[in-house]
Design a protein around this ligand. Sequence first.
Ligand code: TRP
Length: 320
Amino acid sequence: MATSKQLQFIANDAVALAVREGLSATPRRLPCWLLYDAIGSDLFEQITELPEYYLTRTERGILERYAGEILQQAGPSLTLVELGAGTASKTCILIEELLQRQSRVLFYPIDVSPSALDEAVRQLGRQFPALRVNPIAADYTGGVHALSRISGRKLVLYIGSSIGNFDIPDAIRLLRHIRQTMRPGDALLLGADFAKSPRILLPAYDDAQGVTARFTRNILARLNRELEADFCLDLFRHVALWNRRDSRMEIYLESTTSHAVFIPALDMDLLLEAGERIHIENSYKYTPGMIGELLRQSGFQLEQSWTDYHKWFGVHLARV
Ligand code: TRP
């Protein structure tokens, strides 16, 4: 059994390794999971409530409006599973609807964050006494493995548009992996953001209040806290670009002047040019055609899609 001090080192090691690798690469990059420490997770919660960030509220609206249809289409006697459940705040809508159709509902939320799962169990337990919650703390690979041992007809939820943060080949690999744990009759419910005008997309990733800029710059603040780095946050600009050819938003931190940064924990000297960018995240925006193709290449068949009035966001039901 590792002590908490040892665990801290292991956690820091993962950060150190990722930072060393990403910041030595050309072009430089940092993995997007670094965004979500306690402060970053809190800032992301704030992002989901910004007027410009339409994604969360649009998907919630679709689920509210079509929960009945979605469950009808998925089939009778469902067991719910959710990948990357977090605190499962949007899942409540489906759970509430499902409890009106069947007296007992089993829910397996899967997430890497044990604290988010605890929160989900507490909230859901209070809200739905007839719901049985079996949390699984695991990453996607471990979580997907646990999926195959669940009996009964499954509806596997992968909502929130996290699929958009994977490059297409990785997204296909992940969906294929999920598919292998599903049996005929099971269904996948996939949430994905649609491609749309950059007039809508750009502000969603670069809001007027600057919350998103604080969110990305927090990655550097985190490296200052955890690796004793001396990043000066004022020397970095948050940059959000629409890449039409690849149908994705690209997020960077851009150094505004030529300057040096030292990371003691890695014994690493970093020389950044004026205008040099560190890549943080891609967020793919799917056309309906791309969704069908993604699912087909992953071994699924798209059965039905639901969207909002503006066709900004899509929720898709697929079968093996
Ligand atoms: N993965 C989310 C998305 O693509 C998270 C996100 C929102 C995000 N705004 C961001 C990630 C800005 C990095 C930078 O919508």
